[in-house]
Design a protein around this ligand. Structure first.
Ligand code: NAD
Length: 493
């Protein structure tokens, strides 16, 4: 029998039960056991969180200087680092993400993000505009928006807390974060640490609950000034419609179907290594996964002869085992969805080169596991080449010419990440310009940095996270005119 830990909502600086008293279970995807019960926010709880965030914005949080905000964010980074192992283990247990990867990526990035944006607080400045009027000074102020709501998915629950709340807070806003139903725990742990760091009550609020209830209430509420959403295209579209009620500016980070193009002049060892990670890191549950390998026909056999054994040898099992390279998918529903794409692939006449089923080891029998799956798909118009699977399921498609590769790469509704492997400089930079994607990785994949803009083109979203681009998202510009030696305009006599 597993111990079940209970969590409240985090509203106004305290853990509180939901008004309705409702809670929901959190499962361990490795063995399907319930190990936590979390208070479920509904409309009344969302109202409380918005009121607390507004009071903090107009009160103690709004009164802080940029330097003071930065110090709080730095203190939070230190606390996360100090309690890193506890947080990493909780994240691995809740999401299925292997512990070694949580430590070296998610945890490190979470700390990096808070540090980077802590430093940003004192660099958010306006401009002095060269005025065309004599005796007039015109300058701009870059001001926070107010109360920001942030709705995040389940694939990188810890990291998304940092990606969302760090820049919003750095810019001077207060936040309400709604984690995904499957993975609310790391957000609640970070909330706990904001209290320990000394954030004023209400600056950070976390309201776990259903998307259709708590999420929708945030999206339509006139007391929310901005809505940031990371998730599926359908829900993103819904959020945008709801946001229209009070013209909240949406920031949407949606799906992807990343092309990963391997040319005949690529360093194939590097391409094999990089493509494996691009495809199967976090069980492929990544919006920027390299889920479509486009492989030059002349290196088809050579690449696959090296790639397939690497896929077969990936160590799959308990995410808390130090040796595990791939854990379970985060939910049972998602496991079902990914396996449905195997049937779709077979129905479309694609060839399963490896995987396409659950592993058959005793260790994985109760969990939401799916083997890493590689599918040969000749026709880029197939559903499996067009639709985001968001799991350990990738396609490989041959091409002969550069133009053809670009057309296939761009021939999907998405435009988030794209990769290419080549040693030809003309080709590398030429294609970087032609690919319709928010991020292009050359001889690398999935690099992210708090300083580098991140976001999608086409149906992959709007707006950018990271760097100063994200500070633009979380601020608005005010133009101030000072007539220091200016005769006010009047009508001619
Ligand atoms: P989802 O859209 O179902 O859910 C995402 C979040 O939205 C969850 O917190 C959910 O509770 C909430 N939600 C659901 N319905 C809602 C509604 N009507 N109103 C308000 N909120 C609602 O997506 P998911 O299945 O959790 O996540 C997978 C998707 O997220 C994939 O498409 C993936 O590509 C995308 N994603 C994008 C990025 C990016 O940065 N572009 C990053 C990670 C994941």
């Amino acid at each position: 029998m597993t111990d079940v830990t209970r969590y409240g909502l985090f509203v106004g600086g305290e853990f509180v039960p939901a008004h309705s008293g409702a809670t929901f279970p959190v499962h361990n995807p490795h063995n399907d056991e319930v190990f936590a019960q979390v208070a479920e926010a509904r409309e009344a709880d969302v109202e409380d969180a918005i009121a607390a965030a507004r009071a903090a914005f107009e009160g103690p949080w709004g009164a802080l200087t940029p330097k003071e905000r930065g110090k709080l964010l730095l203190r939070l980074a230190r606390l996360i680092e100090d309690q890193g192992e506890l947080i990493a283990r909780l994240e691995a247990k809740n999401s299925g993400h292997p512990i070694r990867d949580v430590r070296r990526f998610d945890l490190v990035r979470t700390v990096d993000w808070f540090e980077y944006f802590a430093g940003m607080t004192t660099k958010i400045q306006g401009d002095v505009i060269p005025s065309s009027f004599k005796g007039v000074l015109n300058y701009t102020l870059r001001e926070p928006l107010g109360v920001v709501a942030q709705i995040v998915p389940w694939n990188f629950p810890l990291m998304f807390v940092a990606w969302n709340i760090a820049p919003a807070l750095a810019a001077g806003n207060t936040v309400i974060l709604k984690p995904a139903e499957y993975t609310p725990l790391s957000a609640l742990e970070i909330a706990r640490l904001t209290k320990e760091a000394g954030f004023p009550p209400g600056a950070v609020n976390v309201v776990p609950g259903k998307g259709s209830v708590a999420g929708a209430a945030l999206a339509r509420h006139p007391g929310v000034d901005k809505i940031c959403f990371t998730g599926s295209v359908e829900v993103g579209q819904q959020i945008m419609r709801e946001a229209a009620t009070n013209l909240k500016r949406p920031l949407l980070e949606l799906g992807g179907k990343g092309p990963n193009i391997i040319f005949d002049d690529a360093d194939l060892d590097a391409a094999v290594q990089g493509s494996l990670f691009a495809a199967f890191h976090n069980q492929g549950q990544a919006c920027i996964a390299g889920s479509r390998i486009l492989l030059h026909e002349s290196v088809w056999d050579e690449f696959l002869d090296a790639f397939l054994p690497r896929i077969r040898s990936l160590r799959i099992g308990d995410p808390l085992d130090e040796k595990t390279q791939m854990g379970p998918l985060t939910s049972k529903d998602h496991q079902k969805r990914v396996l449905e794409y195997v049937d779709i692939a077979k129905g479309e006449g694609a060839e399963i080169l490896y995987g396409g089923r659950r592993p058959d080891t005793p260790e994985t029998s109760r969990g939401y596991y799916v083997l890493p799956t590689l599918v040969r798909a000749e026709d880029p118009a197939m559903r499996i080449c067009q639709e985001e699977v968001f799991g350990p399921f990738i396609t490989v498609t041959p091409f002969a010419k550069e133009d053809e590769a670009v057309a296939i790469a761009n021939g999907v509704p998405y435009g988030l990440g794209a990769g290419l492997w080549t040693q030809n400089l003309r080709r590398a930079h030429g294609l970087a310009a032609q690919l319709r994607a928010g991020m292009v990785w050359i001889n690398s994949y999935k690099l992210v940095d708090p300083a580098s803009p991140f976001g999608g083109m086409k149906m992959s979203g709007m707006g950018r996270e990271m760097g100063f681009e994200t500070i633009r998202e979380y601020t608005q510009v005010k133009s101030v005119w000072v007539g220091y030696d200016f005769e006010p305009w009047r009508w001619p006599e």
